[in-house]
Ligand binder design. Structure first.
Ligand code: AMP
Length: 299
């Protein structure tokens, strides 16, 4: 996917004072002031360490709304692994600079966990009608409860018209759509295409933690998914999954966690192909002990 500009190369607009809120009260006051103006609010939730994948969501929100709010918050309740949470890259100053270069009128909300959760940093329990039990749900206990909890909090504070999510986290996107419709949250959930590095590697904040060699090698993930897509025209889903597993087992630098060819709506694994259904292939793989995920449409 192309975006209009390479935001990282633009000069910064230092003469503009950006709105960077840290408290719920500041957001509440700002949103209240816009209430009677009929302005649409676009919202982009992020965990920071922003890159051009995030920027593409922000640009879409700017194009489609009067006001855009970006949250930068590493949400503790969606991590099941303390060291992963610890090592998650954080650099708010760089994030603010990147956003400022896209458009200095964007509002940033970067609360602490204590501020956002009001001292009760814990997940609610959700049912997403089975979507939460597939793929990531099998390997990241409680992950989607954490995602649901934090998004409900953000949605209730920001009251967005539209909220933007990447297909990079396709299962999350489907779960957020379910969250919004099942619990009547009054927000349109908009899915955005995956933004990739030139090598095909899906952009991710975690890519920063890869060694230079690891980053090069990680291009193998998308290349393999593209070959799997060709193979899917000829072979069953299980044969294609087997082939992908074999490809990854050939290199000792990769540790494949799962590969799944699944129905796009239900996320259930495909048993028998049907021309009427849409399918995607999903993958989670460790390289340099960093967990990367990717997916592509198969038909
Ligand atoms: P994160 O900061 O990783 O939680 O991501 C925040 C949002 O950006 C999520 O909706 C992600 O799916 C989306 N996102 C992350 N990387 C990409 C990418 N490479 N292309 C498109 N969207 C992305």
């Amino acid at each position: 996917m192309q975006i209009s500009s390479n935001v990282l190369d633009l000069p910064s607009f230092n003469f503009y004072q950006m709105k960077v809120f840290n408290t719920r009260k500041e957001v509440f006051t700002f949103i209240n002031a816009t209430k009677n103006s009929n302005k649409t609010i676009g919202y982009v939730p992020t965990m920071g360490a922003l890159h051009q994948g995030h920027a593409s969501l922000v640009e879409q929100s700017i194009a489609e709304n009067n006001i855009t709010i970006v949250s930068v918050f590493v949400n503790p309740t969606q991590f099941d692994n303390a060291s992963d949470l610890d090592k998650y890259p954080r650099n708010l100053d760089e994030d603010i600079n990147l956003i400022k270069k896209i458009n200095p009128s964007i509002v940033i909300f970067a609360p602490t966990a204590k501020e956002l959760y009001q001292n009760n940093v814990a997940s609610k329990k959700y049912s997403f009608d089975g979507l939460e039990h597939e793929m990531e749900g099998k390997y990241r206990a409680g992950h989607f409860d954490g995602v649901g909890t934090v998004l409900e909090l953000f949605f209730s504070l920001i009251t967005p018209t539209n909220a933007y999510f990447g297909e990079k986290d396709f299962q999350q996107l489907q779960i957020v759509k379910k969250l919004a419709s099942k619990y009547n949250l009054g927000v349109n959930i908009i899915g955005c295409e995956i933004f990739r590095e030139q090598s095909g590697l899906a952009m991710s904040s975690r890519n920063e933690r890869l060694s230079p060699e690891g980053r090069q090698e990680a291009a193998f993930i998308n290349k393999t998914l593209l070959k799997a897509k060709e193979l899917f025209n000829l072979k069953s889903a299980s044969k294609v999954e087997e082939w992908v597993s074999k490809e990854f087992s050939k290199s000792k630098n990769f540790n494949l966690e799962y590969v799944s060819i699944a129905n796009t709506e239900t996320l259930k694994p495909v048993k028998r192909k049907s021309k009427k259904q849409q399918y995607r292939i999903f993958i989670a793989v460790f390289i340099d002990n960093i967990r990367l995920i990717d997916n592509i449409a198969l038909n």
